[in-house]
Design a protein around this ligand. Structure first.
Ligand SMILES: [Zn+2]
Length: 265
C-alpha cells in the first residue's frame, strides 16, 4: 500500500497518527497559465504538488488541498503577459491578489485550528511569494507557528536558474509528468496563430535527467529548510483562532497593500 499523505485522502485514525508524528502541513500552490506549445497549462501546479507530496513521504507531514488559482494579470504580470502572448487568449485561471491573500489567511487559520504547528507554503508560480510571506508574517503576530513560504526556483537558487516554460520548467515536467509534454511541438510558435504562447527559447534543451536533478535538489533544499520550520517546544498551547480574529489579520494584510509586490508595475 502506498503511503497516503493527502489530507483529503486520510481517514481520522491515520490523520491523527501522522499529525502526532509531525504536525507539519504543506500547501501546494499553482495556476493554469500558458507554458508554451510543449507543456500542459498546469505545470506550476504539478511541480508544487509533487514536491509537497514527496517531501511529506520522505520527511513527514500532511499535504493540504492544493490552491490551484493564483495571482496573474495584475502589476508586473500584465506587461509580461503582453510580451509573451501578444493579443492571443492565454486561457488562464488568474485571480487578483486580494482574493489569494485573503484565502491564504483563512487557509493558515484552518491549518492552525486543525492542529498543525509548522506550515510550508510552496508555490510553483514564481514571483508572488513576497506577498505570501507578508501574510505569514501577519499571522505569526497572532500565533507563534513557524511558516515558510517559498517558490520552487528559490529552493535551488545558485544551482539551477528558474525560468518560464524553458529548459528549467519543461525539464521538471518531463521528469514528473512526461505524458504532459510534447517536445515535437516546439516549432508551433512559428507555425500557428497561437504564436509564442509564452514558450521559453531554450525549451528544446529540456531533458528528463535535468528535471530529476532539479527536483532532487529541491527536495534536498526542503529537507534543510525544514530544520528551521519545526513545531516550537510549547506548540501544544496554540489556541483556536476564530473567524473574526482571522478577519482582523486579513485587515492588517489589506492595510499593507502598498507593499504587495503583485500590485507593483
Ligand atoms: Zn511555470
Amino acid at each position: 500500500m502506498s503511503m497516503t499523505v493527502r489530507w483529503e485522502d486520510l481517514l481520522p485514525r491515520e490523520f491523527e497518527q501522522r499529525l502526532a508524528q509531525l504536525p507539519l502541513v504543506y500547501l501546494p500552490m499553482g495556476l493554469c497559465e500558458p507554458h508554451g506549445h510543449v507543456a500542459a497549462f498546469g505545470l506550476d501546479t504539478h511541480k508544487a504538488v509533487y514536491l509537497c507530496e514527496e517531501s511529506a513521504r520522505r520527511f513527514g507531514g500532511i499535504v493540504a488541498p492544493t490552491q490551484t488559482y493564483h495571482v496573474h494579470e495584475t502589476g508586473y504580470h500584465r506587461p509580461w503577459l503582453e510580451e509573451v502572448m501578444g493579443d492571443v487568449n492565454p486561457r488562464m485561471a488568474s485571480v487578483p491578489p486580494d482574493v489569494v491573500l485573503k484565502m491564504l489567511v483563512f487557509q493558515l487559520r484552518a491549518f492552525v485550528n486543525a492542529g498543525f504547528r509548522a506550515i510550508v507554503v510552496l508555490t510553483g508560480h514564481n514571483a508572488n511569494q513576497p506577498d505570501l510571506r507578508l501574510v505569514a508574517e501577519e499571522l505569526r503576530r497572532n500565533r507563534p507557528v513557524p511558516i515558510v513560504a517559498v517558490s520552487d526556483p528559490e529552493l535551488v537558487a545558485g544551482q539551477f536558474e528558474g525560468d518560464h516554460a524553458g529548459k528549467y520548467e519543461i525539464s521538471q515536467l518531463l521528469y514528473l509528468r512526461p505524458e504532459l509534454v510534447a517536445l515535437d511541438r516546439l516549432d508551433d510558435r512559428h507555425n500557428t496563430e497561437l504564436r509564442r504562447f509564452a514558450q521559453g527559447d531554450d525549451a528544446g534543451e529540456a531533458t528528463e535527467a535535468e528535471g530529476r536533478a532539479i527536483i532532487e535538489a529541491s527536495l534536498d533544499a526542503i529537507k534543510t529548510m525544514l530544520a528551521d520550520c519545526q513545531p516550537l517546544p510549547d506548540a501544544g498551547d496554540v489556541p483556536f483562532m476564530t473567524m473574526d480574529e482571522a478577519e482582523e489579520i486579513w485587515q492588517r494584510v489589506a492595510a499593507r497593500a502598498d507593499e504587495w509586490c503583485t500590485l507593483r508595475e
